[in-house]
Design a protein around this ligand. Structure first.
Ligand code: GLN
Length: 192
């Protein structure tokens, strides 16, 4: 049966995620309303600006239903701002910024400096096969602390954590939706 995957479509690069997921044969749909949450087998939270995404999520009445769905075991994959949304603790948040939480991690926003400090690198991620994953970081967060419940999935050469997994949740500091390497999306779909 075709998996139905939602992409939170309030802000950020949700169109890129929809295109990748559809290219992999999934029935991918934008999610903007609570009613649309009931219909999906998994959800992607895209990159963008977490402080804006947080405000919109609360204004659209989606924050509480999303928290409940996460607690209920809905598989969720967050990239960049999406990872920030999934983190239990957000460092360098703006005043009043909240996250949905679920991932037992502390994430620092904009950990590599401003937009000019965006960079690309290759990461070894054994779960995704032998060839390295080319990762694009754009004003990216870093996972500064990984709690007992979460597991680091990939680290930079200096040891800083940039991908984590915890039960139904997956988070990456970087943006697999813009590189043409679909292995993260395939990995996520295989777990739905
Ligand atoms: N710096 C952004 C934030 O704090 C994340 C950037 C991104 O998603 N590419 O939300």
């Amino acid at each position: 049966m075709t998996k139905k995957v939602g992409v939170l479509a309030l802000q950020g690069d949700f169109r890129e995620h929809l295109a990748v997921l559809r290219g992999l044969g999934a029935d991918a749909q934008p999610v903007r309303r609570e009613s649309e949450l009931a219909e999906i087998d998994g959800l992607v939270i895209p990159g963008g600006e977490s402080s804006v995404m947080d405000k919109l999520t609360r204004n659209f009445g989606l924050a509480e239903p999303l928290k409940a769905a996460i607690a209920d075991g809905l598989p969720v994959y967050g990239t960049c701002a999406g990872l920030i949304m999934l983190a239990d603790r957000v460092l360098d948040a703006i005043e009043g910024q909240q996250s949905l939480g679920g991932l037992d991690v502390a994430v620092r926003r904009n950990a590599f400096g401003n937009q000019l400090d965006s960079f690309e690198t290759d990461l070894a991620i054994p779960e995704l096969g032998e060839s390295p994953v080319h990762a694009v970081f754009i004003r990216a967060p870093i996972v500064e602390r990984v709690g007992d419940k979460a597991r680091p999935m990939s680290v930079l050469t200096d040891g800083r954590v940039v991908a984590v997994e915890q039960g139904n949740l997956l988070g990456t500091s970087f943006h697999p939706e813009i590189t043409g390497d679909t292995r993260f999306h395939e990995y996520f779909l295989s777990r739905l």
